[in-house]
Design a protein around this ligand. Structure first.
Ligand code: ZN
Length: 347
């Protein structure tokens, strides 16, 4: 496109600029930049498109930054957006966790971006509003300020002086019950935890063993666990994942994590040319995602789910750029928020 642009400049300088800022511009930038730049969700019926790790989300709603039994963390990331079913589940789970004695409720990490999609940093999944991270740190008695929510360090549940071992000084029976509570909801498809934590659950869980099968071992996930829900029944554009294998998963598949294989450094061929990984572009995502990106926005106030107690305004966008998000954003007026006084039903 650059070359054709230079040619066009020779012919008609004015046209070229329009061309660069037009629909073609989206395709010159990786999808993570386009979706990472979206500040608000699209004004549309909630709909996930594509799969957990390759897709986007129309009509997302935000979990309020503060609720009776939760607080959303790292507000500056603007990733507390999800499908209403995900957000409703988080609210319900927060209540259940609090009644299990998990502090005063849960601390919520990343859900999805306002329009889902790939992220500039962090996750491979969380792209369609059906994934959410929950801290292994309970919500404290004294609510955290927005700054504390930026700064509070994660606490690992592992004893780092040993190989893949849960830290017995930190892990409690309540941790077990909270993770298994998350796995108990029918809409939950999988819960991801560190292999050491899965092992601990296998050894100590005395409840319904069939629920253990949903709890899947994975790298990381020692400071938070990850809840994934099924594609909603009416979401024809949502691509489900293969169902989990039958059984509790406390078997060979778990034992594999305690071998060298998953932790071995990949062997490098000294003669191989370094390959730059290809960036995911908008055209790699489901077709509907281009429309999700270009659609007009809902305001933060309209799109906050249920009864918000206080609201948070994301920092004003920096210098305007000649790109598709700037065009989308310019159509959007961020409301002057202040405290949101009254609970109101989500339309
Ligand atoms: Zn996650």
């Amino acid at each position: 496109m650059r070359i054709s642009c230079i040619l066009k400049q020779l012919l008609a300088a004015g046209l070229c600029l329009t061309f660069l800022a037009g629909p073609g511009a989206a395709e010159t930038r990786p999808a993570k930049e386009l979706f990472g730049g979206a500040k608000l969700p699209s004004r549309a019926e909630p709909a996930p498109f594509g799969s957990y790790a390759k897709g986007c989300m129309a009509g997302a709603v935000a979990i309020p930054t503060d609720g009776p039994t939760w607080q959303a963390m790292r507000l500056s990331r603007n990733r507390r957006w999800g499908h209403p079913r995900m957000i409703a589940l988080l609210e319900r789970f927060s209540k259940d966790a609090a009644s299990l004695g998990w502090g005063t409720g849960i601390l919520i990490g990343d859900v999805s971006q306002p329009r889902g999609g790939p992220m500039l940093f962090g996750h491979a999944s969380h792209q369609i509003g059906l994934d959410a991270d929950i801290w292994f740190t309970p919500r404290p008695a004294q609510p955290l300020t927005p700054q504390e929510r930026e700064d509070l360090p994660f606490t690992s549940m592992l004893d780092k002086s040993r190989f893949l071992t849960v830290d017995a000084r930190r892990w409690t029976q309540t941790h077990t019950r909270v993770v298994m509570q998350a796995a108990s909801y029918p809409e939950v498809e999988r819960v991801f935890v560190n292999p050491a934590i899965k092992k601990k659950l296998c050894e100590t869980w005395r409840g319904d063993r069939s629920l253990l099968g949903k709890v899947r071992p994975i790298y990381g996930h020692d400071e938070h666990f990850h809840i994934r829900i099924h594609c909603p029944p009416d979401a024809s554009g949502c691509k489900p994942q293969a169902p989990v294998a039958k059984g509790d998963g406390c078997d060979k598949s778990l034992a594999w994590w305690f071998t060298d294989e998953p932790w071995a450094k990949p062997k490098k061929d000294p003669n191989a040319k370094p390959v730059k990984p290809r960036q995911v572009m908008l055209s790699d995502l489901p077709k509907a995602c281009a429309a999700v990106l270009a659609a007009p926005a809902r305001t933060l106030e309209e799109a906050t789910f249920g009864a918000g107690l206080t609201a948070y305004s994301p920092p004003a966008p920096s210098a305007p750029a000649q790109n598709i998000e700037a065009i989308i954003e310019s159509a959007t007026v961020l409301p002057d928020l202040g405290p949101v006084p009254l609970p109101r039903p989500f339309p």
